[in-house]
Design a protein around this ligand. Sequence first.
Ligand SMILES: [Fe+2]
Length: 475
Amino acid sequence: MPSSQFAHSERYRYMNGFNSYHESEAVDGALPVGANSPQKPPYGLYAEKLSGTAFTAPRHENQQTWLYRILPSCGHSNFEPRESSTYNTNPENKPYEKIHHIPNQLRWDPFDLDETVDWVHSLHLVAGAGDPTMKTGIGMYIFAAGKDMDPHEAFYSADGDFLIVPQHGVLDIRTEMGRILVRPNEICVIPRGIKYRVTLPQGPVRGYILELYQGHFQLPELGPIGSNCLANARDFQAPVADFDEDTESEWHILCKFAGHLFQAKQTHTPFDVVAWHGLYYPYKYDLGRFNTMGSVSFDHPDPSIYTVLTAQSDHPGTAVADFVIFPPRWLVAEDTFRPPWYHRNTMSEFMGLIQGQYDAKTGGGFQPAGASLHNVMSGHGPDAATHEKASNVELKPNKVGEGSMAFMFESCLMVGVTEWGLKKCQKVQQDYNAESWEPLKPHFKRPTPKKIENGAGEVNEGVLGDKAQVPHWTS
Ligand SMILES: [Fe+2]
């Protein structure tokens, strides 16, 4: 089935296409024709430009949007710090937060739901690298919330783009560009600076966020795959313009700026955009629409074949952030160890599980709402039970991951783990290695040396190391 079956039905309309130039107007004629900033925009609206890249960024990278709104965003009081001693999501903003750079493989039990907080206060930085003030690096979060944001609050992050992966519950996100419903097995990207308010129509929510401090997410190059497959551009959905008229209520604008929370007041809704056009907007994607590729002969390709979205570093092919999924798929490779091989990578890998059981970890320790981190050059692979099973199973065509969706935030950066992620959350499994890999048994058996005939009718006892013992020796 090339789409997910959701328990919670869709309630909004969208425009389709990744990195497509969209335009949307909630009132006919609200978009000026031709000009972006006429002397008098239609219906007395203000024109406001929101830039997601430098003005002079190359055309293929340039992301800007023109907003036509009842009042411009700048009409608000000064920003004041809020929860300044407790709210910190900046991984390099020492000494407020101690960051642990450790080579241990880490795995977390499922993170708890928290019904006492709203979206803004649900964000827990688990790991990260870089610094939003330098627009470098990433942050990896767990969120768990049980309350709607206040009806007169809006939030934005000045630090980066949020890639949101819900694991439990439903997010109803009202953004400046319109409304988006996001359910488990869907993801949503809200670019830097775009204001939004999150409500929870199905009660408590929980999930994961990858915040990208530099650049924006792109679809991966397809190379020899061709012009289709993996995540197809047409399946990304952007909201349509939707506005309120409210120029009397007091609104609180909450801002995450260098990892800290600030608030300003204004007497008009930020959700007053009557029309917009451009390339800089929030969007969502159903992971069930991912067209998964794989081997139809032997071995399996690198997991980069499962990349949904990527953000490249300055070095092409090396990603600051890849969002990779492990969807239900057929494994048919012959004479192949089908789970992931054992490996140590220059990349760091943070994994989560939305639902079901991940096919490379069947020991029960990697559960939905849990996570794992395999940092730069830290060895990992299938647990002992999975290795045993996969080494002996009959290699018929086999569908794995049915009803499951694991994912990975992969980065070329070495990530540090926060004090919350390592200690305060109290979810780190102390026996991850002892349970997963220390039980692996050696299976190596020295071959018995063959007797070698020397050509003169004499037979010598062979010894290991003799080139005649090597089956592939051809000279
Ligand atoms: Fe890995």
